[in-house]
Design a binder for this molecule. Structure first.
Ligand code: C2E
Ligand code: MG
Ligand code: MG
Length: 642
């Protein structure tokens, strides 16, 4: 199609030139035809003037002789008129005409004309001689009669070749006109075909363009893997639902569906299996929803469903439960039966948002709430927990710059020997004042940093600072002063943790026994090989391991048997200690040959009670609140008042 069009385009200037040439030829032909007819007119005039001359000289009494000189003048004028015709004829015949006449053998026209002019000149000369009295009347008459005869003869002679020439020219011209017309007709037909071809091509191109636009449009709104609409259509879908709901004064829900642990399947079974799983899940979700609901693939393992209007909120619970059940059903991938779950967040219009952005954001937040609540469930959007979620996100953001901005500091709380009130060590506790001068408690930001993984960096910073401070106090003479450092179980999951502790101890030339690694009771550490290995490595290093907040966690006593803990720290929630739990823990610790520290001692009664139970060490506001290193008196002897 294209090559045809380009051929036509190339031929067009040439065709236009031919068209112009033939048009010029046609016009020229009309002129030529007209021009050839002029010879006939000349001959007609020639005849007329010859017959005028004839009537002048052949009357019984010629005028010539009755009234000279007027008569001779009349005859002279008649002869001049006759001579004028061959003169004009010769003038008209150009070089091309001459060649043409020679070609068709009619060039005697020229000799006839020349003869006619010679005869006319002779007659005029005779008149002049007569008037001068050189010749007499009879001679003149004889001469004129002879000239008249020649004129008549020439006129007759002239007719045949002129006729032949004119006919020839006419034939040529007519065939030229006919062939020009045929060529023009063919040209017009060709041109109209070319134009219609161009138009057809254009129409086909426009159609192809429209089709490809349509295809692109559908691709732009379709997820190629699952065949579901993609997120480009989501805003439009939600806006349409908003319009409908606000018209009917009903509600609808946006459900954010996220597959739990999809990444694990992708990583272990490969991406193609992951893709198959997504296709299957997309199919299940789409089939579980009602005809009037819509579902789009939001990206990765996330889907968003927009339900149609409903009157009762319970409806959405039913739909969400159905989706969860559908996803939970086993799925067979590469001969293996796998299970997957999903967490769903639900935001309802208009209660949880009145525009697409808010509804989507709140459904997403609710989905995270479902994940934090243990996954494989749906959660409706809850403003308070969303605020908490936002606060968490903001803390994660702020923590990124906290070390670099020098926003952390350590405070120290003395660990006191209960029997005599001597400061034997200290516990390093982190403090954080963010850029807005807001103090954020460790209870709040440590669990967040644990989840976000930022605890590793923060923990390393604490280790460095606490060891450096411990070294300074040792250098001031408190050579046995111990430093208790809180370490999260997430830090223990880091393979190189014990090695880093060893490096830092080496860096400050600190005896390992001065470092108490405080680990909060947590079932996870017994199940993680890296944690267990780190604990053994730390113990082998010589550092003491301390089980913090004892009694509050999962309290699996096999901990104490299998793991190399040296010290138990009774949680402050068991204070004041006049309860059997504190007494039991102390007794058990003694049985296991472990030292006991009690935290949260606020009263001297509590102190006394613990001392009577032979609890060796204690911490608490009774002695001192955590203070900065500069306020801390490492040699402080507290009055025990026992
Ligand atoms: P924890 O390790 O059990 O620390 C004891 C907490 O009890 C400290 O709170 C301390 O200020 C507080 N406390 C001490 N004496 C008393 C008392 O007599 N009465 C009461 N009511 N409280 C007392 P803080 O500093 O807010 O720390 C809270 C928790 O944050 C710590 O509990 C620890 O689990 C964690 N934490 C603090 N610093 C760090 C750190 O550097 N790394 C890690 N991983 N966790 C830390
Ligand atoms: Mg502690
Ligand atoms: Mg504690």
């Amino acid at each position: 199609m294209n090559s045809k069009s380009s051929g036509i385009r190339k031929a067009l200037p040439f065709l236009t030139l031919i068209f112009l040439l033939f048009s010029v030829l046609l016009i020229w032909s009309f002129f030529t035809l007209n021009h050839s007819n002029y010879f006939h007119q000349l001959n007609v005039r020639h005849f007329k003037y010859v017959s005028d001359l004839h009537s002048l000289i052949s009357t019984p009494k010629p005028a010539l002789f009755s009234q000279p000189p007027q008569a001779t003048d009349t005859i002279r004028n008649a002869i001049i008129n006759i001579r004028q015709q061959p003169l004009e004829c010769l003038e008209k015949i150009g070089p091309i005409d001459r060649i043409l006449m020679t070609f068709i053998n009619t060039d005697n026209i020229i000799s006839i004309c020349q003869k006619d002019i010679v005869s006319a000149n002779q007659a005029l000369e005779a008149i002049t001689h007569f008037e001068a009295g050189v010749i007499d009347e009879a001679s003149l008459q004889e001469q004129l009669i002879e000239t008249l005869r020649i004129f008549s003869h020439n006129s007759i002679e002239f007719e045949a070749p002129v006729e032949k020439t004119v006919n020839f020219i006419a034939d040529i011209i007519i065939s030229l006109i006919v062939s020009s017309c045929i060529i023009l007709l063919l040209f017009t037909m060709y041109l109209s075909r070319a134009v219609s071809l161009v138009l057809t091509n254009r129409e086909a191109a426009m159609k192809a363009l429209a089709e490809s636009e349509e295809r692109n449009k559908s691709l732009a709104y379709k997820d190629t893997l699952t065949g579901l609409p993609n997120r480009n259509l989501l805003e439009h879908t939600i806006n349409a639902a908003i319009a409908k709901s606000s018209r009917n004064e009903t509600q609808f829900a946006v459900m954010f569906i996220d597959l739990d642990q999809f990444k694990d399947i992708n990583d272990t079974l490969g991406h193609s299996v992951g893709d198959k799983l997504l296709i299957e899940m997309a199919r299940r979700i789409a089939h579980t929803l009602r005809e009037c609901d819509s579902v789009v693939r939001f990206g990765g393992d996330e889907f968003v469903a927009v339900t149609d209007c409903f009157d009762a909120v319970e409806t959405i619970d039913v739909i969400a439960s159905r989706v969860i059940d559908a996803i939970n059903k086993p799925v067979k991938l590469v001969q293996i039966e796998t299970f997957i779950t999903a967490s769903i967040g639900v935001a309802c219009y208009p209660d949880n948002g009145t525009d697409a952005t808010a509804l989507l954001k709140h459904a997403d937040t609710a989905m995270y709430q479902a994940k934090s609540a243990g996954k494989n469930q749906f959660q409706p959007y809850d403003k308070n927990s969303a605020n908490r979620q936002n606060r968490k996100l903001s803390i994660v953001q702020q923590l990124h710059h906290a070390i670099a901005n020098d926003e952390f500091s350590l405070v120290y709380q003395p660990v006191v020997r209960l029997a005599d009130g001597k400061t034997v060590g200290s516990e390093a506790l982190i403090r954080w004042t963010n850029m807005n001068n807001e103090s954020i408690r460790p209870d709040e930001f440590i669990p967040i940093a644990e989840n976000s993984g930022q605890i590793i960096e923060i923990g390393d910073w604490v280790l460095q600072q606490a060891c450096a401070q411990c070294k300074r106090w040792h250098q001031q003479g408190a050579t046995d002063h111990t430093m208790a450092i809180n370490v999260s179980s997430h830090q223990l999951k880091d393979v190189g943790f014990a090695k880093r502790v060893a490096t830092i101890l080496q860096q400050y030339a600190l005896p390992a026994k001065c470092i108490h690694i405080e680990i909060t009771e947590n079932i996870a550490i017994t199940e993680d090989k890296v944690c267990v290995a780190n604990l053994h490595e730390l113990s082998e290093l010589g550092a003491l391991l301390l089980l913090d907040d004892f009694g509050t966690g999962y309290s699996c006593l096999s901990y104490l048997k299998d793991l190399p803990f040296d010290i138990l720290k009774i949680d402050k929630s068991f204070m004041p200690a006049n309860n059997t739990i504190a007494a039991t823990i102390i007794a058990m610790g003694h049985e296991l040959h472990m030292e006991i520290i009690a935290e949260g001692i606020e009263t001297s009664m509590c102190h006394q009670y613990l001392n009577n139970l032979h609890c060796q060490y204690g911490q608490g506001y009774l002695f001192q609140k955590p203070v900065s290193a500069s306020e801390f008196d490492v040699f402080k002897q507290f009055s025990v008042g026992l």
